[in-house]
Structure formats: structure tokens, C-alpha cells
Design a protein around this ligand. Structure first.
Ligand code: ZN
Length: 472
């Protein structure tokens, strides 16, 4: 009988990993990095809880590092089998894993300088660019909806999860001496109010469902309210002549913001003549989004194709939808942006302001009362982003103490995850009797609340436990 063991993203939202076993095959579902505090990240140093070389195949739900970021460790430990994902996910993990390896190399180098001076043993990075290249050589990109045989006993189909480009809901079909079972892993489910991507695919049949529960305890603010507020900030900033800074992560949110600015531009409601995307990684990811416009939702695709001012159909992209968008790739170009005193919208990472070029733009703009900073994503405790939202009057930024005079805004409606209502809707599509449901990928409170909300619909859910094995 096929079994499934929960091995990560069980007590929190990072380190996603599960193991599907049949009599003759072992398939790993996601291989995510633990992210967050030091305690959380220490799990990345632990050995895998299975014999790495016994794994026949890996299936990756999407590119985010909390789902993909331990793949280089798996390969470093000797894994040489196939790694299945969508083609868009393959393009994205190349950017994300290389960036992760470079960051690790830089952090370790910094720490080792200190250690050398103190006469301590030097550290090694978790993995290197060579390990990432080894991962990429094993990856196979699939189309949504294609059914392939992963082993003699297990078939795989990926469906659109609408969370980030290439994200998928994983369907696994097992067949052991005529006994057929089906497992559905939701991956991260998208927010149906978000721009560009489609709604998560509806699935009707399964024996067992694994569902994420990141926002199992809340609803998002309405998108219309959020967009109205965004438009207000843009108008006000234009009237008082300041720049607008938008700290944003490279994958998903940045492209959504570019699309929303494009909508305003097309309606003649974007007075600013310059939108700078000042992040090499976000630029690379936006170019990948351009290559996969076929997976955009119909409405937004039509908006881009219909209103783009370029004649060539092949050039109809976010770039032509928002003609004032400029990429600043080199450090020199980025520094030139620092000298713009007014009338620009600057999108740069990191999303929580704890790294990246946004710190330099904050240093040059926070002290000005005409400036506006717009937060479009979650700000974790202790990050400069959170400190600004909490109303700090001074902040240390890029090595200087900066007085905060800028207007700080938080737009609540952008999210890449399904809300409680959307999670319940997605599950409601499974035919009766409902499949056995296990909740993963959420904080305790989110999972408990979601479980109760499902029970109000008379649907039973179990909260998965770390290391727990269930039969399909
Ligand atoms: Zn994700």
C-alpha cells in the first residue's frame, strides 16, 4: 500500500518536503529550504531523514526557495535521478538557486573574515554554484496537464496553482498490482484576486489531499480597495513632487505591481514619467514572465495585448503595457536613480528592506517629506520594513542614521496565497465522499482555524504532524 510521510513545512511554512513510497518506488515531493530565524535555518544543516540514493524521482511544486532551496543539498549528497517541474519553474529556479548560492558564499566569506581574525575554524557555505549546476542538469520541464510515468508504479500530472509563474498543484497516481490511489498536493495555492495568473485549477478526484494553510485564518482586503489606495498614493506623490519607493520581492509581486501601474498608465492615471525596476534579479524574473504569457489569465492577457502600443505581437508584454518602465541593471545606472529627486517610481528589493538596492534608495529618500514608501507585502518582525511601518522616526540604513520624514503606506490586498474562503472553495470542488484531507504549510493558529472552518462545512481535516506516515 502506498504511503506518504510528512517531512517539512509541517510545523511552519518553510522547508516543504514529503515522501511518497510504493512497494517499488520512492518519490520526493518538494525539497524546500527552512527560512526565518537562526533556529529555523539550523534545520538545513541536518541530514535528510531518508537514504538520498534510494529516491527514484523528485517532483517540485514551484520555484520559491522554501519549496526548492534544499535541492542542491540533495544532489551534493549523491542524488542523480530526475527532478520534475513545469518549464517556467525550471527557468525560475535557475535564477533563484544561483542567487541563493551567491548569497551564501558572500555571507560565509564575511563571517570567515571575522573567524580568521579570531583564530577560529572557517565555515563552508551550505552549497555552491557548482551544486546548483548539478541540480539544473537533472531537471525536466513539463507542460501543465501532461501525464507522465515517473516510475512503473507512479504517474504524475501538474496543474496550474496560480501562485507564482509555473507554480503547480501536483497529482500523483499510484498503481500497485492493480490497486489505484491518487494523491493531490496543493503546493501553494494562488489568490484569485491577484493579477496575471489564472485561478488555481479545480480538481475533483482524490483519495488523499494535502492542502496548504498559510492564510487559513484570514481573508484578504478587497483588491478594489487596495487599488484605490494605490492610485491615491500615486496622485498625492505626483502633486507634492516626491518619489515613490516600492520595496518588493523579485518573483510575482514585482510583476503584479508593474501590471497594476500599466493599468493606471493605460487609463491616463499615472502622472509619473519614470518607473525604475532596480533589481537585476527582478529584471531576470520579469523577462521569464514575458516568455510564458500563454499562462496568464485571459482578462489580463487581453489587457496587455489589446492596449500595448507596440505593433509587433511578439513584443506585447508588460514592458509595452507600461512604456515608462525602465530596467536599471548596472550599479552605475542604479546610482544615477539615487540622484532623481522627484517624479519617479522605484521598485527594488528586498521586499522587507533587509538587503538589496532598496536600502540605498531609502537612504536618499526617507529624510524627505515629499517621498512616499509603499509596502506591498508582509513585513516580518525585526526587519527594517516592519520598523518603518511601526512608525520609527529614525532608522539605520546603509550605514547611516536616517531621519524618517517620508509618508509610509501599507497596501494590504496583495497576496500570492489563497485566503481562508478561497482554500475552502478549492477543497469544496472535490466530489463526495470527500478525500481525506491533511493540512500542511501554515502556522498552528492558521491550521486550527482552517480546520474549524472546514468542520463547519462538515468536512473533516487532520493537521499533519512532522514524521507522521499515512497510507493512501
Ligand atoms: Zn510559494
Amino acid at each position: 500500500m502506498a504511503t506518504l510521510t510528512f517531512m517539512g513545512a509541517v510545523t511552519g511554512v518553510t522547508g516543504s518536503m514529503h515522501l511518497l513510497e510504493t512497494q517499488g518506488s520512492r518519490i520526493l515531493l518538494d525539497c524546500g529550504l527552512y527560512q526565518g530565524g537562526r533556529e529555523e535555518e539550523a534545520h538545513n544543516e541536518e541530514p535528510f531523514p531518508f537514504a538520498v540514493k534510494s529516491i527514484d524521482a523528485v517532483v517540485l511544486s514551484h520555484a520559491h526557495l522554501d519549496h526548492s532551496g534544499r535541492l542542491p543539498l540533495l544532489v551534493k549528497d549523491g542524488y542523480r535521478g530526475p527532478i520534475y517541474m513545469t518549464s517556467a519553474t525550471l527557468d525560475l529556479i535557475e535564477v533563484l538557486l544561483k542567487d541563493a548560492a551567491s548569497l551564501q558564499a558572500r555571507d560565509v566569506e564575511w563571517e570567515n573574515k571575522r573567524r580568521r581574525r579570531a583564530g577560529k575554524v572557517e565555515l563552508l557555505p551550505l552549497y555552491t554554484l557548482d551544486d546548483v549546476e548539478d541540480v539544473l542538469s537533472l531537471c525536466q520541464g513539463l507542460e501543465y496537464g501532461a501525464r507522465i510515468a515517473v516510475t512503473d508504479e507512479v504517474d504524475l500530472t501538474l496543474r496550474d496553482a496560480g501562485h507564482i509563474l509555473g507554480s503547480s498543484i501536483v497529482e500523483l497516481f499510484t498503481n500497485e498490482s492493480g490497486q489505484q490511489r491518487k494523491l493531490v498536493f496543493s503546493g501553494d495555492l494562488g489568490n484569485s484576486q491577484a493579477a496575471l495568473l489564472r485561478d488555481p485549477s479545480v480538481i475533483n478526484e482524490a483519495n488523499v489531499v494535502l492542502m496548504e494553510s498559510t492564510y487559513g485564518d484570514r481573508e484578504h482586503r478587497s483588491m478594489q480597495e487596495t487599488l484605490d489606495e494605490f492610485e491615491n498614493v500615486i496622485t498625492t506623490a505626483s502633486q507634492n513632487g516626491g518619489n515613490i519607493l516600492i520595496p518588493s520581492f523579485a518573483v510575482g509581486r514585482t510583476q503584479e505591481i508593474i501590471f497594476r501601474l500599466g493599468e493606471l498608465y493605460q487609463k491616463g492615471k499615472l502622472p509619473q514619467q519614470l518607473v525604475c525596476l532596480d533589481s537585476p534579479m527582478a529584471i531576470a524574473v520579469t523577462e521569464i514572465y514575458h516568455r510564458y504569457q500563454n499562462v496568464y489569465n485571459q482578462e489580463d492577457k487581453q489587457a496587455i495585448e489589446g492596449r500595448s502600443q507596440t505593433a509587433e505581437p511578439s513584443q506585447k508584454s508588460l514592458h509595452s503595457f507600461l512604456p515608462t518602465l525602465r530596467y536599471t541593471v548596472s550599479t552605475e545606472e542604479s546610482m544615477a536613480v539615487n540622484r532623481i529627486a522627484s517624479g519617479a517610481i522605484i521598485i527594488a528589493g528586498s521586499g522587507m528592506c533587509n538587503g538589496g538596492r532598496i536600502r540605498h534608495h531609502l537612504k536618499h529618500n526617507l529624510w524627505r517629506s515629499q517621498s512616499h514608501v509603499v509596502f506591498v507585502g508582509y513585513q516580518a518582525n525585526g526587519t527594517p520594513g516592519r520598523i518603518l511601518i511601526d512608525g520609527a522616526t529614525h532608522i539605520k540604513m546603509a550605514g547611516e542614521d536616517i531621519s524618517v520624514k517620508a509618508h509610509i503606506h501599507t497596501l494590504g490586498g496583495f497576496s500570492a496565497h489563497a485566503s481562508q474562503g478561497q482554500l475552502i472553495d478549492w477543497f469544496s470542488n472535490f466530489s463526495n465522499p470527500k478525500p481525506r484531507l491533511y493540512l500542511v504549510h501554515g502556522e498552528e493558529a492558521a491550521k486550527d482555524t482552517l480546520k474549524k472552518a472546514l468542520e463547519a462545512n462538515r468536512w473533516h481535516a487532520e493537521i499533519a504532524a512532522l514524521g507522521q506516515t499515512i497510507t493512501l
